[in-house]
Design a protein around this ligand. Structure first.
Ligand SMILES: Nc1ncnc2c1ncn2[C@@H]1O[C@H](COP(=O)(O)OP(=O)(O)OP(=O)(O)O)[C@@H](O)[C@H]1O
Length: 228
């Protein structure tokens, strides 16, 4: 059987020390397979962003192991971690951070150009993603000319541009109205299934979380199954 795209084993993460010690994760385990969408629902301060940052190799755990597409990350140096993150992880944030002076197509093509892809191929891939997410007719528009939901779908396309095996999203629909949230979530889900990525999505929106393949929460420093 192929290795899971994302695997955490015994992950430990705390901040500060002494009186200021905050224990966030203690021996946390989590596995996300290819094409699987896992929703992370937990109260404010429980450690959702910490978990996503660890999975995205933006932070390092103090103990345990994080494997991405079967590759152990605990002994990687900074450069190798950055390289692995760039080639395997796509991040979607609550606020899209699209570059205002570039068109939708250019925003999606840019990460590929940075990764060394040639312009024609980068633009073809960008267009394929914009079509998949239902925003191809907006390809030549700049972010300021697009609705919030369109902007967020373009941010999702950008996160997927380099074929990430792991997609992480922190409140991707947090600043959208319910109908637009639905649309964006479904687009994200289609994309994950289509591309066979493993996805972990932190959300406060229970309706959306119920449409994930699985829901997890954080309890006592562990990642545990959850039902809503
Ligand atoms: N750099 C840091 N230094 C000290 N404590 C931190 C740091 N980052 C996070 N924490 C603490 O770790 C805990 C988990 O924070 P985290 O941001 O992961 O929670 P969250 O579940 O994402 O919260 P929210 O839903 O409010 O964004 C919190 O108590 C927070 O104060």
């Amino acid at each position: 059987m192929s290795k899971p795209h994302l695997k955490l084993s015994g992950v430990h993460r705390h901040y500060g020390e002494g009186d200021m010690l905050v224990r966030v994760l203690e021996a946390a385990d989590l596995t996300v397979e290819s094409g699987e969408l896992v929703a992370l629902v937990a109260p404010s301060g429980a450690g959702k962003s910490t978990l996503l940052h660890l999975c995205g190799l933006l932070e390092s755990p103090q103990g345990g192991e994080i494997e991405i597409i079967g590759q152990s990350t605990s002994r990687l140096g900074d450069r190798a971690r950055t390289q692995l993150r760039r080639s395997t992880v796509g991040y979607v944030y609550q606020f899209h951070h699209l570059l205002p002076e570039f068109t939708a197509l250019e925003n999606v093509a840019l990460p590929q150009l940075i990764a060394g892809q040639d312009q024609n191929k980068a633009e073809a891939r960008a267009m394929e993603l914009l079509e998949l997410l239902g925003v191809a007719p907006r390809a030549a528009h700049r972010p300021a000319e697009l609705s919030g939901g369109e902007q967020q779908r373009i941010a999702i396309a950008r996160a997927a541009a380099n074929h990430p095996r792991v997609i992480l999203a922190d409140e991707p629909t947090g600043n959208l109205d319910p109908e637009t949230s639905d649309l964006v979530f479904e687009a994200l889900k289609d994309l994950i299934k289509n591309e066979g990525a493993a996805a972990l999505i932190a959300t406060h929106n229970h309706d959306l979380a119920r449409r994930a393949d699985r829901i997890v929460t954080l309890k006592g420093g562990l990642v545990v199954p959850h039902t809503l």
